[in-house]
Design a protein around this ligand. Structure first.
Ligand code: CO
Length: 188
């Protein structure tokens, strides 16, 4: 495994659309393994492909941390639920949200691509997602609370959306000031 360089705001790759993955081969597995090592080293709980400069529609989430709720997985390909979790990691290839609760909740978020900036945003409390695992096998999952927020955060990345996009207008102004002060630069 190798660590990949993380792309930081305002790198335009973070805004680029991602492409559907169709080859579930060793190249894909290496990318997923390298992303995992990168995420663990950076002390993150999720990482999406654009954050390492890639355009594949995929993201990973660490579901081994104790305060992370476990996903309720339903296999759509005749496997056991556990078969879709790779060594404690939730790997989401071509994920999309299939339903979300009306109810929203606030939580404090951060992002490896905007290090040391944290803010509270609102997200759907519960969601359902459909995705494929590293072998291309379809599954669906239901998630609540922290895992639900993490999934929404990572799937947003795959659509070029960052958590700061969900800030109020006032907080966006404060975020811009923070970027200038911390020498991140601004998006054009
Ligand atoms: Co992020």
């Amino acid at each position: 495994m190798a660590r990949l360089p993380i792309k930081y705001f305002p790198d335009p790759i973070l805004r680029a659309p991602t492409n559907k993955v169709s080859a579930f081969n060793a190249t894909l597995h290496t990318l997923l393994d390298n992303m995992y090592e990168t995420m663990v080293h950076a002390d993150g709980l999720g990482l999406a492909a654009p954050q390492v400069g890639r355009s594949e529609r995929l993201a990973i989430i660490d579901v081994t941390i104790e305060y992370m709720q476990k996903p309720l997985i339903t296999s759509l390909s005749g496997h056991s639920a556990e078969a879709h979790i790779h060594e404690g990691r939730l790997e989401l290839i071509n994920p999309h949200i299939t339903s979300k609760s009306q109810r929203v909740a606030s939580s404090e978020e951060g992002c490896l691509s905007i290090p040391s900036y944290r803010d509270s945003i609102k997200r759907h409390e519960n969601i359902a997602v459909q995705a494929q695992d590293r072998h291309g096998r379809e599954f669906s999952l239901e998630a609540v609370e922290l895992l639900s927020f993490a999934l929404q955060h990572e799937i947003d990345h795959l659509d070029g959306v960052l958590f700061v996009d969900h800030l109020s207008r006032l907080k966006k102004v404060l975020f811009k000031k923070w970027c200038i002060k911390n020498e991140f630069g601004l998006e054009p």
